[in-house]
Design a protein around this ligand. Structure first.
Ligand SMILES: Cc1cc2nc3c(=O)[nH]c(=O)nc-3n(C[C@H](O)[C@H](O)[C@H](O)COP(=O)(O)OP(=O)(O)OC[C@H]3O[C@@H](n4cnc5c(N)ncnc54)[C@H](O)[C@@H]3O)c2cc1C
Length: 474
């Protein structure tokens, strides 16, 4: 593997991948090991080449994520919002070699069968691959060693919870080497994979049999012709690049003015319990526990227990599926960043109601077990100002009461699970190729026909490997 700061114009590549993030690096890794000569174009610089959590304590890394738009030099905004607080402020990319694979928390839940069932990919083959990748990534997971928080749930007779599977290993006391395909690529001596950094792909068009990529590198605008290209630049950037094709392909101009987009619906409660009230040290754990929901609830429920100097912080939250419907990514002709407009439908409202019920129930059972008196938790309408996770965390941290409980939600587009703009079965063929071509492929959660309730990365990694191995390499 070699990093480039500019392109040697006499050098030819078999395949060009746009984006050195989770999906692009998985693809580059597989293809280069097959002897295919690969160029990955990345708009960001070479950063630390290590996961954020392995560079600083997890709590600080978490704050960097929550306030990425203020604290993270690699944060890059790629959209505007017509529906604040959704897809606003800290909705964006991490633009550096490694992309968000150097930020993610490593939660690897497989997508539920009820959601996968509606995917038009060759499902049995894909499912076999799922098992293989899950097994490989759980080899990273040290937290299967008894999660102490599960004892609390057993004692309180709350059933159905399990350790949350994470592709994460402790790292020199910092507890956070999360899996990234970058590590394998950096240590590989096989094949040829070059990564061109600080190079932003502005648009793509067809030039005879080739794809023409227009890019800006070292402030110069240039173009590169390539016979096979893979877009792996994140959901919104992938859509912008597909949209740029409309300049030269009239047939797709109208179709790609508006894209559906969706995310996970997240609500929770943060409970502060002062240490003077109870000793919960035996249950404090590095990892959360999770209860998997069914196809009616379409939401998984998580719980974590952390401690700080004076208090314990109990977090109970639901992560549910937003269905593709009225939430759109729209392009304006004035060249501004695309806009996201959020509209929730009755199915989303149902997830919101189910989440609140489940969270209230777990909260109430735990409070009874602790022998604490409790007031009913009143959840705000999803999207109400002042109730985001960051707002509520600040309130809880500054609280003077011995026991406080605050409900919160995560605005859509801010947990980095956005997807579904160019789904399989619509403009994308089952092999990941775009429209009538066999030479333009798309990877990442942008290709998910449904999001399911599970976190997207296990599916994303499996899909990137599956499409690269079985189709792009052919
Ligand atoms: C803090 C955090 C925690 C997370 N935790 C989890 C978790 O526990 N479990 C889970 O499943 N998921 C998690 N995720 C989500 C997961 O990281 C993303 O879904 C995943 O990384 C998306 O992969 P991708 O390849 O599509 O995009 P990315 O990894 O973002 O890669 C896209 C790359 O393309 C580059 N790029 C964009 N546009 C251009 C352009 N025009 N030209 C050149 N390059 C370009 C970008 O700079 C970037 O490097 C988390 C994300 C974050 C930030």
């Amino acid at each position: 593997m070699k990093f480039l700061t500019q392109l040697n114009e006499s050098e030819n590549y078999d395949i060009v991948i746009v984006g050195a993030g989770l999906s692009g690096l998985e693809c580059g890794n597989i293809l280069s090991k097959k002897g295919i000569k690969i160029l990955i174009i990345e708009s960001g610089p070479i950063g630390p080449l290590a996961h954020l959590n392995s560079l600083q304590p997890t709590s600080r890394a978490f704050k960097t994520w929550l306030q990425g738009h203020l604290l993270d030099p690699f944060f890059k905004k790629v959209n505007n919002s017509l529906s604040p607080p959704h897809f606003q402020n800290h909705s964006g990319l991490r633009s550096l070699v490694g992309g968000r694979s150097l930020y993610w928390r490593g939660v690897i839940l497989p997508m539920e069968n009820y959601a996968l069932h509606q995917w038009p990919v060759e499902s049995s083959l894909f499912r076999d691959n799922y098992q293989v990748v899950y097994k490989e990534l759980t080899n990273w997971d040290e937290s299967t060693l008894k999660n102490k928080l599960l004892n609390l749930f057993d004692n309180a007779k709350l059933t159905g919870f399990q350790n949350t599977p994470r592709a994460k290993q402790s790292f020199e006391g910092l507890s956070g080497l999360v899996y990234s395909p970058l590590y394998s690529l950096l240590s590989s001596t096989e094949g040829e994979c070059h990564i061109l950094t600080n190079c932003n792909v502005k648009g793509i068009s067809k030039d005879g049999k080739n794809w023409k990529l227009e890019y800006i590198n070292n402030r110069e605008s240039k173009a590169l012709l390539v016979s096979k290209c893979v877009l792996a630049s994140g959901t919104i950037e992938n859509s912008r690049l597909v949209r740029s094709l409309a300049r030269t392909r009239k047939s797709i101009r109208n179709k790609f003015n508006k894209f559906k987009i969706y995310d996970h619906i997240i609500q929770g409660v943060l409970v502060r319990i002062n240490k003077s009230l109870i000793n919960l040290d035996d249950f404090v754990s590095d990892n959360s526990v999770v209860k998997i929901g069914n196809q009616i609830v379409r939401s998984n429920t998580f719980c974590s227990l952390k401690k700080s100097q004076n208090y314990y912080l109990l977090d109970i939250w639901g992560l549910g599926e937003q269905l593709p419907d009225q939430t759109h990514l729209q392009f304006k002709s004035n060249g501004t960043l695309p806009y996201v407009e959020v509209k929730l439908n009755a199915f989303d409202d149902f997830v919101l109601i189910q989440q609140v019920e489940e969270i209230k129930n777990i909260h109430s059972e735990l409070m009874i077990y602790f022998n604490f008196s409790q007031k009913e938790v009143i959840f705000p309408k999803f999207g109400t100002a002042g109730f985001t996770y960051s707002d509520v965390l600040k309130k809880i941290e500054n609280s003077e009461s011995k026991m406080s409980c605050e409900p919160y939600y995560c605005p859509l587009g801010t947990v980095d699970h956005e997807g579904g703009t160019i789904p399989f079965g619509d403009s994308l063929n089952y092999d990941g190729s775009f429209l009538d071509t066999e030479s333009l492929y798309i990877l990442g959660p942008s290709t998910f026909p449904r999001m399911g309730a599970a976190n997207p990365s296990l599916t994303n990694i499996t899909l990137s490997r599956f499409i690269s191995e079985n189709y792009i390499s052919k």
